[in-house]
Ligand binder design. Structure first.
Ligand code: GDP
Ligand code: IMO
Ligand code: MG
Length: 459
């Protein structure tokens, strides 16, 4: 028995707006574009800020991959909100926020985040749906990840230690996976935990003989208590979203991580374990790709990376430090200092192409104010071979030296500017150069963390 309050709504019924009822003309008139926001670098591009701005004009916001490894900061009305697993739409009362099947959900982290928002006066639980197909992060995922990362020494991926990769591995492996639909059925969940924990404990004992021991009853109690709160939020979000699309609701898809962390298309193995490029929208949400008519790619005016892996335009020098301080480049989730470098047009253009973005956002442009010169990495030199294509091997990417195009900088504070033509000429030229290399028009330029510090270009 599914007693979710969304269950009734999520049963598909062909209505007047369903495709089977439409004439060709109606289909054209009634089709409402869904929009997506995708990170084009290694994460933290200010996706959260752009999603927050677009949320005003949408009714549904969907997270479709990743988990509480994400960290999105939004600022408006003098307040700062930090979101991790919850879709950014959760802050808006008119929005239903959806955690779709492709997300991995740590139930305890989900409730902590909801409680944190409630403590700040934002009661959002009634506006949230969680897919019963989404997979559940359990204690053994965290313990196994910690042991694996430790064993890799200097070759560690530098994960967020949230059990993301180990949970996705169980999902794809299909043997010891638990979904939200299992979690909310007490007996099913308890039986699975009793089967999985002894097996996992044997592996953990080998990986880390000094490591902690799991307590089966404690896990069942703690997770079942969380399940009691999650049960009313659980639903078949896939059918619900398809119905919403038929009903011409405005849907916004919110990417987590960045395209270069995509497990299939990113800088493997220094990636996350989901399809964080635009390629993940269809598989992660169940909404067909052709329903998405507008893809916005977000990139910083420079590049950052947190964790291990090659980074050709990295600045291990005073300039990198200056960018880190000016941009407050410290991880939202782990607090780690982010590695900083010049804008990598090779990697970012690759991301824009695989996700098929229609337009780009250049964020944190204000951070580059005050430099005499600013540079863009427009090609790689790999052992004397010049290329504008992102290499597939990590070894080649590690060997790549940036070929830089250097432009004059600007000294003015731009954080109060609201029109593109009012930016210093050199800042305009910098943006136009990126636009030209990327081959996509700029839609937004962000000049500060607040919602109002955003320039929207007329298209
Ligand atoms: P996300 O993971 O892509 O949502 O990005 P994060 O929120 O992790 O990181 C972006 C950081 O930059 C956050 O602290 C934002 O508040 C901040 N931010 C966003 N846009 C701007 C901007 O235009 N200028 C400055 N200085 N900070 C910004
Ligand atoms: P948002 O949504 C930046 C990085 C980690 C690590 C790698 C794998 O805020 O852009 P994982 O824990 O996912 O297995 O770690 O991916 N990473 C991120 N880096 N922003 C993120 O999210 C990230 N999520 C994961 O640092 O290098
Ligand atoms: Mg982030």
């Amino acid at each position: 028995m599914n007693n979710s309050r969304f269950w009734q709504q999520s049963q598909h019924r062909a209505g007047p707006y369903s495709p089977e009822f439409r004439t060709g003309e109606q289909q054209r008139v009634l089709s409402v574009p869904a929009t997506s926001v995708i990170g084009l670098q290694w994460g933290d591009e200010a996706k959260g800020k752009i999603v927050d701005i677009l949320t005003e004009s949408h009714q549904i916001v969907v997270r479709y991959q990743g988990g509480n490894n994400a960290g999105h900061t939004v600022r408006f009305d003098g307040r700062t909100y930090k979101l991790s697993l919850l879709p950014t739409g959760i802050l808006q009362k008119h929005v239903t926020s959806v955690i779709a099947p492709g997300v991995v959900v740590n139930p305890l982290a989900l409730l902590r985040e909801l409680d944190g928002l409630a403590a700040g006066g934002q009661n959002c639980e009634s506006r949230l749906m969680v897919s019963d197909r989404a997979h559940v992060i359990c204690p053994w995922h965290l313990l196994e990840e910690a042991a694996l990362e430790k064993s890799r020494g200097s070759a560690a991926i530098g994960t967020t230690m949230r059990g993301i990769g180990t949970c996705y591995r169980e999902k794809v492996g299909r043997t010891h996976a638990i979904r939200i639909g299992d979690l909310i059925r007490r007996d099913v969940f308890a039986a699975k935990v009793r089967e999985i924990v002894p097996f996992k404990q044997r592996i953990l004992d080998v990986l880390d003989p000094e490591g902690p021991r799991m307590d089966i009853d404690q896990i069942i109690t703690e997770y079942s208590d969380a399940a009691d709160r999650i049960r009313p939020l659980a639903a078949d979000t896939t059918s619900w979203l398809l119905d919403a699309l038929d009903a011409n609701k405005w849907i916004l898809f919110e990417g987590a991580q960045g395209s270069l962390l995509d497990v299939d298309h990113g800088t493997f193995p220094y990636v996350t374990s989901s399809n964080s490029s635009g390629c993940g929208i269809h598989s992660g949400s169940g909404v067909p790709e052709r329903a998405i008519e507008r893809m916005i790619g977000v990139a910083k005016a420079y590049t950052t990376r947190v964790g291990g892996g090659p980074f050709p335009s990295e600045l291990n020098n005073e300039i990198g430090n200056r960018i880190r301080i000016a941009g407050n480049e410290f991880g939202t989730v782990t607090g780690r200092p982010r590695r900083c470098g010049w804008f990598d047009a090779v990697a970012t253009r690759y991301s824009a192409r695989i996700s098929g973005v229609d337009s780009i956002t250049i964020a944190l442009l204000d951070v580059l104010s005050g430099f005499e010169e600013v540079s863009i990495c427009e090609a790689y030199d790999i052992d004397g071979r010049i290329t504008k294509t992102l290499p597939t091997s990590c070894e080649d990417l590690a060997a790549a030296k940036p070929v830089l195009r250097t432009l004059p900088g600007w000294q003015e504070d731009i954080t109060g500017i609201t029109e593109f033509f009012a930016l210093p000429t050199n800042a305009q030229q910098y943006c136009r150069t990126i636009e030209q290399i990327m081959g996509r028009p700029i839609e937004f330029v962000s000049v500060g963390p607040d919602r109002v510090q955003t320039i929207r270009l007329k298209r």
